[in-house]
Structure formats: C-alpha cells, structure tokens
Design a protein around this ligand. Structure first.
Ligand SMILES: Cc1ncc(COP(=O)(O)O)c(C=O)c1O
Length: 451
C-alpha cells in the first residue's frame, strides 16, 4: 500500500488500512481493538492526528518516549541526512563516528562515572544487557558464586527472558515458563493505606528497602549479583518511591557487594526534571538501562550505562580477546545515533529537562484536583508523571479505566494510557499550562460519567 505523501498536520484517510488481520498487535486485546480501531496517522508537537481527522492531545508522549513532542524537524533532518550518508555500518570489530560521539555525549549527561555506554535497540534489550553485564562482571572478577538476580514485585523491565524473570508483573510472566533460575523479588512499595494521595515521594515505606536484607539472609548475600529496580515504576501504573528508599537500597547493596541497576527506560531523558532520576534522587546505580526518550521515540534505540570500574574489570587478558560476548546487529546504528544526537541537541537547546521541574507543581496541583472525583482512590505524581488509580469494578478489573481511555480518545480527543484501573500520564515535556488544564478538565468530566 502506498502511503500518500503527508506533511505534519495532514492526515491519511482511513482507507490506508484495508486489512487489520495480519498484524498481531503487541500488548493489545487484538479482537477488541480490531472491532473498533484507534488509528493515528500523523503527529506534530503535542498532538496526534487520527484517521478521521481529529487532533488528539498526547497525554503520554507516545509511550513515554516523545519527550520533546512529535515530529521534531531537527531530528527528521538528522535522520534524513544520515540515512543518505551511511545507512548502516556494523559495530562488531568496526565503527562509525556517530556511535562514539553519542556514547561520549551520553556519558557526559550521566551521573558520576557511568561512562561506558552499550547500545541496544530497545528498553528490553537495555535491561537484558544490564543483567548480563552484572553477571559477567562478577565472573570476570572471580566472584563465581554471585549469580542471583533480584527484581521487585510489580516491576516492569521489558519482555526479554531476563526482563520478565526479574520483572514482577504476573501476566507478563505466567505463560512463559521456565524463566531465569536464581531470581527473587523484593516487595513492591505501593501502599495505598498509608500513602494514598501523596504528593511527590511518598512519606511511608522506607523500610520496604530492608526487604533486601531479608533476601540477603535467605540466600546468602555473597550469591547475589545485582538488584534491579525502576526508580519510579511506570508500566505497572506509576509507583513513586518512598522518601529514602532508593538510598537505603544503595546502602544495603554496598554493604554486601551487590551491584545496583536502575531501569531508567521511562525516567531517563528528562521525565523527572533531570537527565536521569538517579540525579534527582542523588542515588547513583552501578548500571543504568535507558531507551525511549533517547531518540525522542523517532528511531528504536536503547543504551545501557556502566560505571568505569565495571568496564575496567572486563578489560583484562590478552588484547585480542573479545571481553563481552554480547551485542546486536543494530547496536549503535548510525541512523539511530544521528536521531539521538539531534534529540540531545533539542533537549539542550530548549532546556527541556528543567521544564519538567518548572511545571512539576502546576502539574501536581492539576492532577490532585481529581481527588474526590468519581471512583478515584489514589493520585500519585512526580516530575511530569501522574498516576490516577480508580477503584475496580467487581470481577472486571481494568474495564473502568479502559472505558475512560476510550471515551477520552473517541469523544474528547485526548490520549491517555491505562494499565489495570490506573491512568498513567506522561506528556511531552513541551506541554503548556493550558494543555495541562485541558487534560485534567477532560479527565474530571469523563471519570464522573463512567460508573
Ligand atoms: C521501565 C521499563 N523497562 C523496560 C521497558 C521495555 O522497553 P521496550 O518496550 O523498549 O523494550 C519499558 C517499556 O515500557 C519500561 O517502562
């Protein structure tokens, strides 16, 4: 099917999709979707355009990735130029300038000495790469017993076998057995009884971090290679950490020689007002997985950062030996690297990370204005993230929020995201105050009408 030429602001007719049958859609109720499809055909700035010509306000930055808004011409130009100059070059035993430039640029953005950057194509691959670096680090270090990985209940770390093993979302795991052996999970930190309607970091729950001590006692800490957590859990419906929690996790890891991995796939690249959440919380992991906002969503890419001491541990033995038997055909792809460099320029030029801080309290007040509306049982926020939890219908979890999602999309021209009965919001960082007002006005109206 030839797509008609399109400029931002124009749209394709819905005849473009003649057949919905063959695309097996990810994380989608395929039959439900195909019965009433939602189709996006173009995007610009804060808006998508639907196939029926409506301008839809993007409350989710695509899928937490278009932090600078859509169809940025600087990124388009960089991609166009790069694909014409060098469409592809391997990075196995070869290199091209942009991969090195990007690694340098990203390491200067990252905290402390998270200076070594391994490129992937997605968040899932960035996570599995992080887990493999952690395991291989201990082997290279002669610490052969450190083979266990610890994740957390309700954690989301993508869909690779490593990621689902350390992840803690039952539906993402239960059909895919067996998973990695030797994995255990910390308790999650969601505690509505004590923390409902908290603003920013939650007050109660620092002691959830002590659960790591329990696992250390249970398994023997000298068998634990790494702990992986999201600084803020997104996919499960926005779980903001308790004050002091991440710091305490860091301390326990240090006490026992355990590597700490932050999965910053959604929190990275400005979402919480700094380049990375670790900088906002002043808790520095040993390894960090990122993706999504790295290219503003324009081209698939991920990046896993490791501290110098980890990389240096690998750099032993004869120089002709490969130190880490891992990599992807598209690691550091030139077009993705060009997109990422242009993205970093846009973030820089427009001070977009700071914008999330500037707007944070306005965003927070707007989100919390939903308190008392309809079935809202909790509101959580941090940076430009908000989670609005609705009570579930008896025996039909997820359906209430899904109805809100549909009504917002079809009748109010607003894109939100729902997971279970939680509405997760993460707009592009270029959002304006009147657009924030619009999001929460619509949500108030819609939530009131959905029983
Ligand atoms: C925290 C976290 N880790 C990993 C992933 C997986 O990223 P991808 O879908 O690019 O594989 C996601 C995706 O939402 C995520 O939120």
């Amino acid at each position: 099917m030839n797509a008609p030429e399109s400029l931002p602001g124009q749209f394709f007719s819905n005849e473009v999709i003649e057949n919905l049958d063959n695309f097996w859609m990810p994380f989608t109720a395929n039959r439900q979707y195909k019965a009433k499809p939602k189709v996006l055909v173009s995007a610009e700035g804060m808006y998508y355009q639907s196939d029926d010509g409506r301008k839809i306000l993007d409350g989710t930055a695509g899928l937490w990735c278009c932090n600078a808004g859509h169809s940025r011409c600087e990124i388009t130009a960089a991609v166009t130029q790069q694909i014409a100059q060098l469409d592809y070059a391997p990075t196995f035993q070869l290199g091209h300038p942009l991969a090195f430039q990007l690694a340098e640029r990203l390491s200067s953005l990252a905290p402390a000495d998270l200076n070594k950057v391994f490129f992937t194509n997605s968040g899932s691959e960035a996570v599995d790469t992080a887990l493999k670096i952690a395991l291989a680090y201990h082997q290279a270090n002669g610490d052969h017993n450190r083979t266990r990985l610890i994740g957390r209940e309700k954690g989301y770390h993508g869909v690779g076998f490593g990621g689902i093993s350390v992840g803690g979302i039952s539906n993402n795991r239960k059909a895919f057995i067996p998973q990695l052996p030797g994995v255990d999970h910390l308790r999650h930190t969601l505690d509505l009884e004590r923390n409902a309607f908290s603003r920013g970091l939650t007050q109660y729950g620092v002691e959830f971090a002590d659960d790591l001590e329990r696992l250390c006692q249970l398994h023997d800490p000298s068998t634990i290679a790494a702990v992986i957590v999201e600084p803020i859990a997104g996919s499960v419906g926005v779980i903001i950490p308790p004050q002091g929690y991440l710091k305490r996790l860091r301390e326990i890891c240090d006490r026992h020689g355990i590597l700490l991995i932050f999965d910053e796939v959604i929190t990275g690249y400005g979402r919480v007002g700094k380049a990375f959440a670790s900088q906002r919380y002043d808790v520095i992991p040993d390894i960090m997985a990122t993706a999504k906002g790295i290219t503003n969503g324009a081209i698939p890419m991920g990046a896993t950062f490791a501290k110098d001491f980890i990389y240096n541990t690998f750099m032993q033995g004869p120089e002709h030996t490969i130190e880490f038997f891992h990599g992807f055909t598209f690691s550091g792809h030139p077009v993705a690297a060009a997109a990422a460099l242009a993205t970093m320029d846009v973030y820089d030029k427009e001070n977009l990370f700071e914008k999330a801080i500037e707007l944070e309290s306005y965003w927070e007040d707007a989100a919390h204005s939903l308190k008392g509306v309809g079935n809202v049982i909790d509101i959580r926020n941090y940076g430009l993230i908000a989670g609005i939890e609705l009570s579930s219908r008896k025996g039909e979890p997820g359906t209430r929020a899904y109805d809100v999602f549909n009504q917002c999309f079809f009748e109010e021209d607003l894109l939100i995201r729902t997971t279970g009965d939680i509405i997760a919001l993460s707009p592009p960082l270029i959002i304006q105050k009147n657009q924030i007002d619009r999001i929460f006005d619509i949500l108030t109206r819609v939530i009131k009408t959905i029983n």
